[in-house]
Design a protein around this ligand. Structure first.
Ligand code: AMP
Length: 280
């Protein structure tokens, strides 16, 4: 695996290699890697001639500075994992490499309704930051395929919207959520949980499984409410428990039985905020 720290160097390397864009797979991450990230690299390895990973903890997508400061970093282990997974190139930029003109930007991404709900509502500015960094990374790497995890369901929709206009030659590939044996969705933030908190964190996926089991035709409000009460009773602080149209993310109150649905939860275990979702 070749590690690049400069945007210009990795761009030039890719150009000089003359690797056609449609055979480059790109897996952007914020590091603190786990098997979920590796599954994206595996998918790319399967399809693409060249797999490029990146590790950059993007400050502009953190609406909470404490969350940014406490974001786990395990860079040596990450490099080892990527190497073992067969990643070909790793882009490991510093802040000024991604934002040479500073982090402030004039660009506003028109995300419409998507930015006003769920993560967009609870983390103001988050998706503008996500688009800002992915826009920059795609401009540098110019991949044919961008690999994203379904774990970040709304992020996948946001990035589909952003790339459809700016990067029409980049296909988005969405990988299933990798889970721990007890159901907890793998996440870098899980590293911040102590033993007791780890036991509470699994309640999020239990609540999603409960919703999936209970969902019938008709009104869904009571199911949402019961899932929420369950989490609160266990000691979690809930941002949202939502059941939405899986294609648009519009909340669905009354299930007509024909619309694909997704349940989404964001909740805090003490000060660690976790998200997860499940197709119903
Ligand atoms: P992050 O490092 O959290 O920004 O995540 C980098 C990529 O890995 C994103 O596309 C995530 O959706 C994806 N990802 C994170 N957790 C998982 C998981 N448990 N299973 C599959 N993909 C994941």
């Amino acid at each position: 695996m070749i590690i690049f720290k400069k945007a210009e160097d990795i761009s030039r390397f890719i150009r000089e290699k003359s690797v056609a864009a449609n055979i480059i797979g790109f897996v952007p991450t914020m590091g603190a890697l786990h098997a979920g990230h590796v599954s994206l690299v595996d998918m790319s390895k399967h399809t693409d001639a060249l797999t490029v990973g990146s590790i950059f903890v993007n400050p502009t997508q953190f609406n909470d500075k404490k969350d940014f400061d406490k974001y786990p970093s395990t860079i040596e282990k990450d490099i080892d994992m990527l190497e073992k997974a067969g990643c070909d190139l790793l882009f490991l930029p510093g802040l000024t490499e991604i934002y040479p003109g500073g982090t402030k930007t004039e660009t506003h991404y028109d995300l419409g309704y998507l930015e006003t709900i769920l993560e967009g509502k609870y983390r103001p500015g988050h998706f503008q930051g996500v688009c800002q960094v992915v826009d920059r990374l795609l401009d540098i790497v110019q991949p044919g395929r961008l690999y994203l995890g379904k774990k970040d369901y709304q992020q996948c929709m946001v990035l589909k919207k952003m790339t459809a206009i700016k990067y029409p030659n980049t296909a988005i590939i969405i990988a299933p959520t990798m889970r721990e044996p007890d159901g907890l969705a793998m996440s870098s933030r899980n590293m911040r949980l102590n033993e007791e908190e780890r036991k509470l964190a699994v309640k999020i996926s239990s609540a999603l499984s409960f919703i999936k089991k209970e969902t019938r035709k008709g009104y869904l409000e009571d199911i949402k409410e019961r899932a929420k009460q369950y989490l609160v009773a266990e000691g979690l602080k809930v941002d949202y428990v939502e059941i939405a149209n899986a294609s648009t993310l519009e909340p669905v109150e009354n299930n007509n039985g024909n619309t694909p649905l997704v349940a989404l939860i964001a909740a805090f275990v003490n000060d660690v905020r976790l998200i997860d979702n499940m197709l119903l």
